[in-house]
Design a protein around this ligand. Structure first.
Ligand SMILES: [Zn+2]
Length: 437
């Protein structure tokens, strides 16, 4: 499903024949007063976000900060469009952290977020807003990073990471249902507080066979765009011509929600630690967000049918995390069966999630020392409300690496699909009744 045409680079000048250089030299001599086009920045599109501090026409430098409102989450996401950059003309995008005070653990910290959250080693850039590349490593000086970009004569998009918007989610669902109309269908999970649809995909055998259920959701934290790309890789694998995917389509009912916090994704806000709390601190008996309430209802229904086998919540971690890893509920929170199943699932994941984004084998624990609202985190809530044999975990895929690209994330998604298949296959071999339940 990747675009097959040649990718125009937004990071490198194209090599030119010597004759072109001679022609350019003649043209430059003939028009010594030629003035480069005026640079401009816009963010008035879905997911766009930046505060423009300055545009330096002489140095072709653009100085920005993330534009997010801290009441709507950590302002670490930025995504902007540059116009006026000529073909093969270089510019420097200088990014520093937002200076607005943020919340943490549900309270105002009275200070800005550490700038590292907003400053990836390499930014994402695109000449068409569809195909995303990484820039060369940015140059860090103090609290800012300078990324070099190269124009192509049209608009250029640059972002914290490869964006994944609601439009892209709709396209993914449409593509999956077109490819596998017999087994895949899109559904509306809920309407958000700001009246946007929260949409998902259901893939599985037709009818109402009592097969095990798998629930995968991404983007409870709006800035973590890579998690939606992992979900996309999972979906693309699931509906493809692959014998393992075909087995999963036949033996499980799979639900995928590529974007949970649709409101903050649409407005380019961060989501995490939003007021009054974020989506992944909303898993209580009285959820604030309609999409969390709707997910809970569906999960409870699957659990009541004794079918909820795997629940996975997809995220991106801290800037320093260089490998994907799982968060799991505390061991003393799980019964013996759930704990044994979790160990089996993690062992399958360790085998499948290999280089370049290789899994850090040891999981981390979302217990009381992790966050004061730890019992309102999705995986903990699911483990408390699901069947005794359900695996509930959160996968954090590293975003600040040279492999944290659309291809890298999609590869993780496909390998996650293989992990789920391995796990359910082994489970049905072990307990033949469970696969037909
Ligand atoms: Zn997160």
């Amino acid at each position: 499903m990747l675009p097959t045409r040649d990718v125009i680079s937004c990071t490198r000048r194209r090599p030119r024949p010597v004759a072109t250089y001679l022609l350019l030299a003649v043209m430059a001599a003939a028009s010594p007063g030629a003035v480069p086009a005026e640079l401009s920045v816009s963010v008035d599109f879905e997911g766009g976000s930046a505060v423009v501090d300055a545009i330096d026409p002489e140095r072709r430098a653009i100085h920005v900060r993330p534009g997010g409102d801290p009441a709507r989450g950590w302002p670490c996401w930025w995504y902007l469009r540059i116009d006026g950059l000529g073909k093969d003309e270089e510019a420097t995008l200088v990014v520093r952290g937002s200076d607005r005070h943020v919340r943490n653990n549900g309270r105002d910290t009275g200070k800005p977020l550490a700038s590292s959250w907003a400053l990836p080693g390499r930014a994402a850039c695109s000449v068409d807003g569809v195909t995303w590349l990484q820039t060369d490593p940015g140059e860090r000086t103090g609290e800012q990073v300078s990324y070099r970009v190269v124009g192509h004569g049209g608009p250029l998009w640059v972002a914290w990471g490869p964006p994944f918007t609601l439009r892209q989610s709709d396209e993914l669902l449409a593509d999956a249902t077109n490819r596998s109309p017999a087994v895949a269908r899109a559904f509306d999970l809920a309407r958000s507080r700001e009246d946007r649809p929260v949409r998902g995909l259901r893939v599985g055998p037709p009818g109402t066979q009592r097969v095990p259920a798998v629930w995968i959701q991404a983007r409870q934290h709006a800035w973590e765009s890579g998690s939606s790309w992992v979900a996309r890789g999972f979906v693309e694998w699931l509906v493809a011509e692959d014998p393992d995917a075909a087995w999963l389509r036949e033996h499980a009912e799979v639900f995928v929600i590529p974007v949970m916090d649709v409101d903050r994704v649409a407005t380019g806000d961060g989501g995490k630690e939003a007021e009054p709390h974020d989506h992944n601190r909303d898993w209580s008996e009285t959820p604030f967000y309609p999409e969390i309430a709707a997910a809970q209802r569906r999960l409870l229904s699957l659990a009541a049918e004794d079918r909820l086998a795997v629940f996975l919540d997809l995220h991106n971690p801290s800037p320093g995390d260089q490998q994907p890893f799982f968060f799991v509920p505390p061991a003393d929170h799980l019964g013996d069966t759930a704990r044994a199943n979790q160990d089996r699932f993690l062992a399958h994941a360790a085998r499948r999630l290999d280089a370049p984004l290789a899994l850090a084998v040891a999981p981390r624990v979302t217990g009381s020392s992790y966050h004061p609202l730890w019992r309102r985190i999705s995986g903990v809530w699911v483990s408390e409300h699901a069947a005794a044999d359900t695996v509930a975990a959160c996968l954090e895929t590293a975003w600040n690496t040279p492999h944290s690209t659309t291809a890298g994330y999609r590869g993780v998604g496909a390998k996650l699909g293989l992990t789920v298949t391995d796990y359910l296959r082994a489970r049905s071999d072990r307990e033949p009744a469970s696969s037909a339940r």
